[in-house]
Design a protein around this ligand. Structure first.
Ligand code: HPA
Ligand code: ZN
Length: 340
């Protein structure tokens, strides 16, 4: 039985100041309304008169998400978008981030892959130089496009292999199981990419999709994936193999019944490497700290458990063992500083 408690001021400050890693954020999903206006103006893209969107599930969210990307046209737009996110993330104590991008959402409207990846990569290089943050890019395939389109996108990505750490799978899950992309993910693995994929919350066949991701595809991580609790065998498998789950409470609260807070607590306490992330911050009402505070307000998670969530994030991140250990040592030093 979980007793919701608003975090006291000290706990909120502790959470806000913690060194963090974010592993589930969509760069296209960081587009703030003011940026959208700014990019629309400078690119002379007309915006609809009245476009206040209401969404209550994944499909209706995506229906307003993709049209907004029309304002992203030039390398500078992609640079500015990623640089703005990295600036905000740094201000929230994020020390390492792995960011999704959706090339097909741009190539399908005539924007070259090179424009997208060069803008994003330049922002990573600039932010790493200017801020105390490291950042990596994860290429996501759109699962409601064909496997052939994903394979073509994978082939195109290989010229930029050294700028991309892994591949993921996002967009509308209904009728688009992991198995549709088995060959694409096998090729990605052979090319040296790390593998993750969305298993969104409360989808038709969620648990079968999670099983396919783990047993048939052999993913390193799953994005969302809290429905894994429906099958204790898969929970044990994820725990034993150290397969991380990247959950997003504020996003889940919009697209499903509740923010999956009880599920996150249960999985954390079962020893699964679950983490908290922001998904598409302006669309769902908050960046990483707001997601953690929302979890603090709706669960009885202790400070030690919030530290555990961040340890998990560094542990399942796709960085070198040396960098990971440096991040963990910094987290330990932060906790020790508070205990004094
Ligand atoms: N799920 C699927 N597709 C997405 C998401 C998500 O959480 N965010 C952006 N595209
Ligand atoms: Zn997502």
């Amino acid at each position: 039985m979980i007793t919701p408690t608003e975090p006291d001021e000290a706990t909120a400050a502790f959470i806000a100041g913690m060194p963090k890693a974010e592993l589930h954020v969509h760069l296209e999903g960081t587009l703030e309304p003011v940026q959208r206006l700014e990019f629309a103006q400078r690119n002379a893209v007309a915006l609809p008169e009245n476009d206040v969107a209401v969404y209550t599930d994944l499909t209706s969210f995506l229906a307003s998400y993709y049209p907004n990307m029309a304002v992203l046209q030039t390398e500078r737009d992609f640079f500015d978008l990623a640089y703005a996110y990295l600036t905000k993330a740094t201000a929230q104590g994020v020390r390492h981030t792995e960011m999704f991008f959706d090339p097909q959402a741009h190539t399908s409207r005539g924007i070259p892959f090179s424009t997208v990846i060069t803008g994003y990569h330049d922002a990573v290089v600039r932010a790493e130089f200017e801020f105390d943050i490291s950042a990596q890019l994860i290429l996501c395939f759109l699962r409601d496009h064909s496997a052939e389109s994903a394979m073509d996108t994978l082939a195109e990505s290989l010229s930029y292999r050294h700028w991309i750490v892994g591949v993921g799978l996002d967009s509308d899950e209904r009728g688009n199981p992991p198995s549709k992309f088995a060959a694409v993910f096998a090729r990605a693995r052979a090319e040296g990419y790390l593998l993750t994929m969305h298993c969104d919350v409360d989808q038709p066949n969620s648990i079968e999709h999670i099983r396919q991701a783990i047993e048939d595809i052999g993913v390193d991580r799953i994005d969302h994936g809290t429905n894994i609790l429906e099958d204790p065998r898969l929970v044990a498998l994820a725990r034993d193999r150290g397969i991380g789950l990247t959950s997003c409470p504020l996003s889940n609260a919009v697209v499903s019944d509740g923010g999956k807070a009880p599920e996150i607590v249960e999985l954390l306490r079962a020893g699964v490497k679950i983490t908290v992330n922001s998904d598409d911050p302006p669309y769902f009402g908050g960046y990483l700290t707001e997601n953690l505070l929302a979890l603090a307000a709706t669960t009885d998670l202790t400070r030690d458990e919030f530290v555990r969530l961040q340890r998990n994030a560094f542990e399942i991140s796709w960085i070198s063992a040396v960098d990971r250990d440096a991040h963990l040592a910094r987290l330990d030093a932060y906790v020790a500083g508070w205990a004094r």
